[in-house]
Design a protein around this ligand. Structure first.
Ligand SMILES: NC(=O)c1ccc[n+]([C@@H]2O[C@H](COP(=O)([O-])OP(=O)(O)OC[C@H]3O[C@@H](n4cnc5c(N)ncnc54)[C@H](O)[C@@H]3O)[C@@H](O)[C@H]2O)c1
Length: 368
């Protein structure tokens, strides 16, 4: 069977976990007791993880551009916990120079090079041309939060190249009807926006919020404070870049309530940058509510999780759902994959329903 050829833009921690994860699962014999450990699906339609091949990559950092992908995923400032120590094959696509646009936040210049992006002084690649030449069927977007121009630029390049688009970042493209319409017109599928991690703060907060609703518990106030030490958190110190991220994360939880909370009673966001945490993200959550007889309760939760494998565990399925959609000629924003895999899809559903929608999608019982 032909490989699912994919391209990535932004060879940061998330791309690193994805690329290492593909190699890790490929290296395990099918009968190995841990072969399916950590995967939501071993197969999606005919596709296993071993059917995915990354054939093109773009970045703007001088320590990554020009390197092969297996080298670039370990280059600074990437800092995620390695899934594998090394790659069996050292080859692979060379990282090409991307288009910086608004990808680098000015405040990063105040931090040591080891922890921030360092722009390469190279001529940007013709992204659409590389996508076509490499045979990539889809482009996965991993540019930093707040890169509104860059994210849209790469979406344009995917359209020009005739590739699907998986938008892992909180720039509203799949959930924007005009953009989704452009993909539909071109006969291309899109999944987005802002990946909802495998066992992250969002899915837990949504699930608990839904549980409170289902059990007749009135949620009055909640917060979700997140800290981390990777470049994603460093980038998000700049409040001006956070607008869409906050909307995406807050709406994702609000959507699970019949009556959303007043803005003052819900606070969700990236909260601080703590360098020594590296790619470990820590979430502190509090929910204040009332049960039977108007009696107050509160719940406190602390989650500690490696941020980037947590997103790769979802993108590994999004890629294979996108491949199914391309095989079937499905176009526009894919409803079930966007609802299940993303924080800010075109339409929100409870996660249990989104899960059954995704199973129907995989079986070909639903067309979106
Ligand atoms: N669990 C998660 O980690 C998670 C969840 C949801 C969303 N996201 C989003 O996914 C994106 C990627 O996260 P990450 O942790 O890999 O970030 P990262 O900071 O590790 O990587 C971003 C990469 O993009 C590169 N880059 C910057 N501007 C660019 C441009 N214009 N063109 C090409 N490359 C450019 C940087 O050099 C860097 O390699 C972020 O927007 C993040 O918020 C991550």
């Amino acid at each position: 069977m032909a490989k699912i050829k994919v391209a990535v833009v932004g060879v940061g921690n998330c791309a690193s976990s994805l690329v290492q994860g593909i190699e890790y699962y490929n290296g395990l014999p099918a009968k190995h007791p841990e072969a399916g450990l950590g995967l939501m699906h071993t197969k999606i339609g005919p596709y296993g993880v071993d059917d995915i091949e990354v054939v093109a990559a773009f970045d703007i950092d001088e320590r990554k551009v020009g390197k092969t992908l297996p080298e670039a995923v370990y280059a600074a400032p990437n800092c995620t916990k390695p899934i594998i120590g090394s790659f069996t094959k050292k080859g692979g696509p060379r990282v090409e120079m991307g288009h910086i646009l608004d990808g680098i936040a000015p405040h990063m210049a105040d931090y040591p090079e080891q922890r921030r992006f360092v722009a390469a002084r190279k001529k940007p690649a013709d992204v659409a041309k590389t996508l076509r030449k490499s045979g990539a069927r889809m482009l996965i977007n991993y540019v930093p939060v707040g890169s509104e121009q860059a994210a849209r630029f790469y979406a344009e390049e995917a359209l020009a190249a005739g590739a699907g688009f998986i938008n892992c970042v909180p720039v509203f493209i799949a959930s924007d009807s005009a953009w989704a319409g452009r993909f539909r017109q071109k006969g291309l599928p899109i999944i987005g926006d802002d990946v909802k991690s495998q066992m992250g703060a969002t899915i837990i907060h949504r699930t608990l919020t839904r549980l409170f609703e289902d059990r007749g518990v009135k949620l009055d106030r909640t917060y979700q404070l997140n800290v981390g030490g990777n470049t994603d958190f460093l980038n998000m110190l700049n409040n001006a870049r956070l607008k869409s991220k906050k909307i995406s994360k807050t709406q994702s939880v609000q959507s699970q309530m019949k009556t959303p909370l007043e803005a003052d009673n819900i606070h969700i966001g990236p909260s601080d940058y703590i360098p020594w945490l590296l790619d470990n993200k820590v979430c502190f959550m509090r929910m204040e509510a009332r049960i039977f007889g108007n009696i107050p309760i509160n719940l406190e939760l602390r989650l500690s999780v490696e941020d980037s494998p947590n997103s790769a565990g979802v993108v590994i399925d999004a890629i294979r759902c996108m491949a199914l959609a391309l095989d079937r000629g499905q176009k526009g924003a894919l409803q079930a994959p966007s609802a299940y895999f993303m924080k800010h899809p075109p339409e929100q559903f409870p996660d249990a329903l989104a899960r059954s929608m995704i199973e129907d999608f995989i079986k070909g019982k639903s067309t979106a």
